[in-house]
Design a protein around this ligand. Structure first.
Ligand SMILES: [Zn+2]
Length: 594
């Protein structure tokens, strides 16, 4: 194991030999695939997936991707499921590329709002959190979310890490005590500027009055990091998409201000080690979850060396655009203060609407991910949100469009193509492949198209353009359907010469191989569907979990290979709708004429 380690020169000085060996034992196989190229000592973000410089990254470089740590005031909603689906697709794609991936998700469990939510249910805060966390974990299981680490901010390892990071920041001289008076929104867990509130001092997000508070708090000297933050946020790779970068750079250029990192009035939190009468501010607490999520149970060492060997800095934080300030401004400065590199990229995704309207309890149009996945399955839900929404932009869900797209693309273009081809093979070739797919010429229309589209899909995934990745993959099955109609093998089987029949059989092999390639390409998006396709092709279903990008190469299906009984791999979505209809339609006056 130790011989597989190649320690970057830049790290040698930071890394004690003893520490390395201990970690090598503690972390097992993950270390075998540590970076083999020197890293810049300077904390500039480097290119990662999604960049045109993606090729700068070695295929074996570790890749750490995170979702937001979800606030457990209530059960998960679609706004939590969406970025988790996206992060899972990114993690699966990077694993396909052979990179050692750490995919972190988790929950943010401290703060006044959680204590209030628990009290309103007559529960202790911890019991409330445990209950909500179990609903998150159940949803992630149902949505095929294959995370490596689920960090809870009430975990012992997290609390120990927060204390350790806070101590490093303290020793750096970046924490001071001061009186603070301002208007606080409990729902945002944030003091608001005068300019952000209306005349009645309402929170612009929650439309509720902010409360005037005065307390002695500990402050983090964010303003010390003004120059570094300007440099960091000017890097086109750091905040994405570009529209969000301009927004963040705008805030930073206005001048960043110190912020309070403790609360005297909040009991449900991590006590400040140097002053246990105060608790750590929820954001300072929760952001550190991206570090503690990398540590194994019982390991709370926050040294830069231990975190680097566990996968820090994160390659990508996937977050909602509303929490960009915390992730792209506060968090990097906290890390710099603690002597840690900032994440390489922060990607702000857009918001979801339903039937063109903002979702909300008052409109009765909240999208329940549990109902959706229960009725339609993980593949359909994952596919719709990744195929239909340009990642980074706002997106809309309509159950009708959802069904139409999934039925047209997955049930028809892919599923039905596979099913009818397998039935033709069964009827005319005894269900056995007559030749190796590799024997088909390189200029065969399906083979040539696959060769063209595979790099296009990779480039799209690298840019986090899931929509384009799906589109490029589906263009192969689309051509497969067209090809089958052109060749019409059923005619040759019925009345053709022996030569015609051999050509017809070869056409079936070409289509099946094309569907197999599509299954590999779609596996980050629809992992269960890809596994079912593999099973239908008589390939081991487990092979899907072990797939590598090299499996997109044409030629895996072999002559003599027997296919199982053809069965549909994707049911059409039909039956009763499971989400509320669009309120506009529901509210139309009875008898109104169009
Ligand atoms: Zn608010």
């Amino acid at each position: 194991m130790a011989t597989a380690l190649s320690i970057p020169h830049a790290r040698m000085s930071m890394w004690s030999q003893a520490g390395r060996l201990r970690l090598a034992v503690a972390r097992g196989t993950r270390l075998a695939a540590q970076p083999s190229r020197p890293r810049l000592a300077h904390f500039a973000p480097r290119a990662c997936a999604g960049s045109e410089h993606a090729n700068d990254i070695g295929a074996s470089d570790p890749f750490t991707v995170t979702t937001p740590l979800y606030y457990v005031n209530a059960a998960p909603h679609m706004g939590s499921a969406y970025p988790t689906i996206a992060a899972d697709a990114i993690a699966r794609y990077q694993r396909l590329r052979g990179r050692p991936v750490t995919f972190i998700t988790g929950t943010d469990e401290h703060g006044e709002k959680i204590a209030l939510a628990a009290a309103s249910r007559g529960l202790e805060p911890q019991a409330h959190c445990d209950d909500i966390v179990s609903s998150y974990k159940a949803l992630w299981r149902d949505l095929d979310i294959a995370y490596d680490s689920f960090i809870r901010t009430t975990d012992g390892r997290h609390e120990a890490l927060v204390s350790a990071v806070l101590e490093r920041v303290w020793q750096r001289g970046d924490i001071y005590k001061a009186d603070y008076e301002g208007y606080y929104c409990v729902d945002c867990e944030e003091y608001k500027d005068e300019a952000d509130m209306d005349a009645e001092k309402n929170c612009p997000v929650h439309r509720k009055p902010c409360v005037n508070r005065k307390e002695e708090n500990y402050f983090f000297a964010l303003s010390k990091y003004q120059a570094q933050l300007e440099e960091l946020c000017s890097d086109p790779d750091f905040v994405q998409p570009e529209s969000r970068r301009n927004e963040v750079l705008g805030w930073v250029k206005q001048g960043v201000r110190d912020f309070s990192i403790s609360r005297a009035a909040v009991e449900w939190g991590i006590p400040v080690p140097r002053d246990p009468r105060q608790t750590v501010y929820v954001w300072f607490d929760a952001l550190n979850g991206y570090l503690s999520g990398l540590l194994r149970e019982g390991h709370a060492e926050a040294s830069p060396e231990a975190l680097a060997s566990a996968g820090w800095p994160a390659s990508l934080h996937v977050i909602g655009k509303d929490i960009l300030r915390f992730h792209a401004v506060y968090w990097p400065a906290m890390l710099m203060s603690a002597g840690l590199p900032p994440p390489r990229r922060v990607f702000g995704h857009g918001f979801l609407t339903k039937d063109g309207l903002k979702m909300g309890k008052s409109l009765g149009n909240v999208l329940e991910p549990t109902a959706l996945v229960g009725a339609y399955g993980a593949d359909a839900v994952r596919y719709y949100f990744l195929r239909e929404i340009v990642f980074g932009q706002d997106g809309d869900f309509s159950e009708e469009r959802f069904r139409n797209i999934v039925n047209a693309n997955l049930a028809n273009d892919v599923g039905n193509l596979l099913n009818r081809t397998l039935n033709l093979l069964k009827k005319n070739c005894g269900g056995q492949l007559p030749l190796d797919s590799a024997a088909l010429p390189a200029d065969h229309p399906l083979r040539a198209l696959a060769a063209e589209k595979v790099p296009a899909v990779a480039a799209a995934f690298d840019r986090l353009r899931f929509d384009q990745a799906c589109e490029a993959a589906l263009s192969i099955s689309g051509r497969g359907n067209q090809y089958l109609e052109e060749v019409a093998p059923w005619t040759a089987f019925k009345k053709g010469s022996e030569e015609d029949k051999a050509a017809a059989a070869a056409a079936l092999v070409a289509v099946l191989e094309a569907v197999r390639v599509v299954a590999v390409l779609l596996s980050p998006v629809t992992p269960s569907l890809s596994a079912r396709i593999y099973r239908q092709l008589g390939l081991p279903e487990e092979a899907v979990a072990a797939l590598r990008w090299s499996d997109t190469e044409w030629g895996a299906l072999r002559a003599g290979h027997a296919m199982p009984q053809p069965q549909p791999v994707m049911q059409r979505l039909e039956g009763d709708y499971v989400t509320e209809p669009a309120p506009a339609a529901a509210a139309a006056p009875v008898g109104a004429k169009a």
